[in-house]
Design a protein. Structure first.
Length: 354
């Protein structure tokens, strides 16, 4: 599969050409696995969430489809471990690396080391604050916050109180989702008060802070979880407070999540939560390896629509990001303040295919 805006060997302008420079060296020589296939490294950012465990399961399948041999490491949400894992990949002679740095500022020195070795990098889910990568495979995380805002704002009729369980603000994802949600609420639903709670993507912290907010403000009617890491704890807290009730009950607290894991989809169908934004774990794995293979083949890309329902944008000079589709998912598949959604039972959702 190739993108509609891709031409092998095409000249796309100075900014994109800079990205392609290290690829010439990367293609020289051979670091081959069984059968002469190229060896690449994939660092898993963590294995303590259902979302990332799903990504891990998809990776071998798409590595085989891409004709790549894969060496893997797990940085366990620690940028120092990620830096050490990158050194391991270098010593193993890999020809490309896919990673999902959770601290998007601190990864810059590691990206420089890999660039110096002419090893192309694809980042998944997150975009580095600085540094050179061949492609970012991600969804529009600002849209995550905006879709959550549209859903909650609609369901609360533009008034009331909501808690936002933020991710780590050292991550571009946490910042994007937080800033977009706040901006949308301020502009469209000024009658809604937002309590932002930093959680560092930690479920126990999220549950503790939600518990405290509900104790202080028992009239809270909405929760925006920036990831499914907070799902279990949120449901437990709501149950303890007697608020885990059907959506048509006046005591119901509307809950929106991000990820699209099977537990969220079943939770929507059961009326325990109300919506999520489905991050494409399967497509993250597929296109991380797709772009690594393209890098080794010397391909270059330009901004524009793709043949897999996404759009490549240039987020800063020389840095391209393939923004994959991430739909809002609800029980009824309705449209909320202009935002369409898919039903939680839709078979096109990766969470319904596991």
């Amino acid at each position: 599969m190739r993108l509609t805006h891709t031409r092998r060997g095409a000249v796309l302008g100075a900014a994109v050409t800079v990205l392609a420079l290290p690829l010439l060296g990367a293609c020289g020589g051979s670091s081959a696995g069984s059968g002469g296939t190229a060896v690449v490294g994939v660092d898993y950012p963590r294995s303590d969430t259902d979302f990332w465990n799903s990504y891990i399961k998809y990776t071998p399948r798409y590595a085989e489809e891409s004709g790549l041999d894969v060496k893997t490491t797990n940085s366990q949400n620690d940028v120092a471990k990620l830096a050490a894992n990158a050194q391991t990949f270098i010593s193993q002679g890999v020809k490309g690396v896919a990673m999902a740095p959770q601290d998007t500022a601190a990864i810059a020195p590691t990206l420089r080391q890999l660039a110096d070795k002419k090893i192309p990098v694809v980042t998944v889910d997150t975009r580095p604050d600085s540094g050179e990568v061949y492609m970012v495979v991600r969804a529009d995380n600002r849209a995550y916050g905006e879709k959550a805002c549209a859903f909650l704002g609609s369901r609360l009729d533009g008034k009331g109180k909501v808690v936002m369980l933020q991710g780590d603000l050292s991550s571009i994802n946490g910042r994007d989702r937080t800033e977009a949600f706040n901006a949308c609420m301020k502009k469209k639903y000024p009658g809604i008060t937002v309590f932002g709670e930093a959680t560092n993507w930690d479920g126990a912290t999220a549950a503790q802070k939600l518990q405290a907010r509900l104790t202080q403000h028992p009239d809270i009617k909405g929760v925006y979880m920036q990831s499914s890491f907070a799902l279990s704890g949120t449901l437990q807290v709501l149950k303890q407070k007697g608020l885990l009730v059907d959506p048509d009950d006046p005591e119901h607290v509307f809950v929106v999540s991000n990820d699209g894991i099977p537990e969220e989809l079943s939770g929507i169908a059961d009326g325990k939560i109300d919506a999520t934004v489905s991050q494409p774990a399967d497509q993250y794995a597929k296109y991380a390896l797709y772009y690594l293979k393209a890098a080794l083949d010397g391909e270059k890309f330009e901004p524009g629509e793709t043949d897999h329902n996404s759009r490549i944008i240039e987020v800063r000079p020389g840095l391209l990001e393939d923004q994959l589709s991430a739909p809002l998912v609800t029980a009824d598949g309705g449209t909320y303040d202009g935002v369409p959604s898919l039903k939680s039972t839709d078979t096109s959702l990766w969470g319904n295919q596991l």
